[in-house]
Design a protein around this ligand. Structure first.
Ligand SMILES: Nc1ncnc2c1ncn2[C@@H]1O[C@H](COP(=O)(O)OP(=O)(O)OP(=O)(O)O)[C@@H](O)[C@H]1O
Ligand SMILES: [Mg+2]
Length: 446
């Protein structure tokens, strides 16, 4: 069971609460001053601190400061007889886990302590996990699950289909799988199915013999053949024209290619990782994507969630990009004003991690003093704080409407039905207004 340190100058409370905690099986260390408590903390492993606010000498807030200064992340529950909001806010800002008013409800206290200890253990455990993918930032449960699948699949030769919105990290994940596979010392070749013109794609993929068609003045080795023993990354596979879908399928079945203009069949051993932000299942139904090819590509599926569905990773990513871009620009790592992180967490991030990286790079460049404030963020993110516009400078009805719609959307995780309910309009009316204010992307407008 866990060690708890309880600091309180009120002896009767000290005795009563300690007895309750000991009965629950905790080992309780007590002290009547913050200074004494500090001595205990220096010599003993403590899992949770119960801390009275008003103490002789150093008070509870001073001790919280000291803990922060020493980087001791021990969950601390504050107790006080004088409940004021300001004090509670100050304590929470300094990292206190919870704030309870005396006399405390025993059951509540026990629950809070149990939760605090469990949570801090969880955090430590997560931090200890060694990721084989250090370039991919994220601690959210979804990302941890993806790491697990990536590890399993890296060791195999299975084809992988990576799906996810634009900017969610599909290419990053594909590279990481290759780098952690047995093929890592062999080529990783990217074929972007959207940038190569359709009439050239076949020869790009499979190669051609000299004179195979007008303009084929030299013999050319195709990308698949070049990737032999390595990995081919077929980006935007949803855009692959039908004729090539058929040829690719044939290659996947037979593991042989035929250059254009040649009758020779060449054995090629590659692993195929493909990516798309299209709904392939829908494309199959509509007849624009072959189902048999789909099943060949989709042996293992990795679906990267949009950033807005794993907001807990935003602070980590922000720090990562602050480090990265300040180094690149030869600047000291800037600090963020508190409302900046809030605005970043609350934003919808249609461009996902790529968009976040751009926003942070811009802010690093724009902030001269090493402090990033809300005005260094693009307007679309500043406006996302909703109420500020109304308060500060706007008497324009449309602007207010826009701010309110954003506020409603953000508070419902962009669930249009729920947001419409909050606003007291129909979903259809909401969509019309969203379109008017430019909140719908082209594909969402239909
Ligand atoms: N988890 C992550 N940690 C750190 N950087 C990331 C992460 N995910 C993505 N990035 C970075 O974000 C940018 C976009 O990632 P990437 O190009 O892999 O996305 P994508 O899904 O292929 O996008 P698109 O569909 O637009 O091609 C890259 O610079 C990448 O390094
Ligand atoms: Mg990409």
């Amino acid at each position: 069971m866990a060690n708890i340190l309880y600091i309180d100058d009120e002896i009767s409370a000290l005795k009563a609460i300690s007895a309750i905690l000991r009965k629950e099986g905790y080992t309780v260390f007590t002290s009547t001053t913050a200074e004494e408590g500090m001595e205990v903390l220096k010599t003993t492993t403590i899992e949770c601190i119960l801390l009275d606010y008003r103490l002789p000498g150093m008070d509870g807030i001073d001790l919280l400061r000291w803990l922060k200064h020493c980087e001791m992340s021990i969950p601390t529950v504050m107790l006080t007889a004088y409940g004021t909001i300001e004090k509670a806010v100050e304590a929470m800002k300094l990292g206190a886990y919870h704030y309870l008013i005396k006399p405390v409800d025993t059951e509540l206290l026990l629950n809070v302590i149990k939760e605090a200890i469990e949570k801090s253990k969880g955090i430590q455990k997560l931090e200890k996990i060694e990721t084989p993918f250090p370039e991919i930032i994220g601690k959210s449960k979804t990302i941890q699950e993806i790491f697990y699948i990536m590890q399993m699949v890296a060791e195999s030769n299975a084809n992988v289909l990576i799906t996810g919105e634009s900017g969610t990290g599909k290419e990053l994940v594909a590279r990481a799988i290759h780098k952690n596979s047995l093929r890592k010392s062999k080529p990783f070749i990217i074929v972007d199915c959207t940038t190569i013109p359709e009439n050239l794609l076949e020869s790009e993929l499979f190669g051609h013999e000299k004179g195979a068609f007008t303009g084929a003045t030299e013999r050319k080795t195709g990308l698949i053949e070049l990737a032999n023993e390595g990995t081919v990354f077929l980006d935007e596979i949803g855009e692959l024209p039908m004729l090539l879908q058929k040829k690719l399928l044939r290659f996947l079945q037979e593991k042989e290619i035929q250059r254009i203009g040649s009758t020779q069949r060449i054995k090629v051993d590659v692993r195929v990782i493909s990516a798309t932000n299209k709904d392939l299942e829908k494309a199959i139904k509509e007849g624009s994507f072959r189902e048999d090819l789909y099943w060949r590509l989709n042996v293992v599926r990795i679906n990267l969630p949009p950033l807005r569905e794993r907001k807990e990773d935003i602070p980590l990513l922000v720090n990562h990009f602050l480090n990265k871009f300040s180094k690149e620009n030869n600047k000291p790592i800037p600090q963020l004003e508190p409302e900046v992180m809030n605005a970043l967490i609350n934003y919808y991030w249609p461009g996902n991690i790529r968009e976040l990286a751009n926003v942070i790079e811009r802010a690093v460049v724009l902030s001269p003093s090493g402090l990033i404030s809300i005005k260094h963020l693009p307007r679309r993110i500043q406006e996302n704080t909703g109420w500020t516009i109304i308060k500060e400078n706007t008497f324009n009805l449309l602007e207010v409407e826009k701010a309110l719609i954003l506020k409603a959307l953000n508070s419902t995780g962009w669930n249009q039905t729920k947001a419409a309910e909050i606003l007291g309009i129909s979903r259809k009316q909401l969509r019309t207004k969203m379109k008017h204010h430019g909140f719908l992307t082209q594909s969402e407008e239909e």
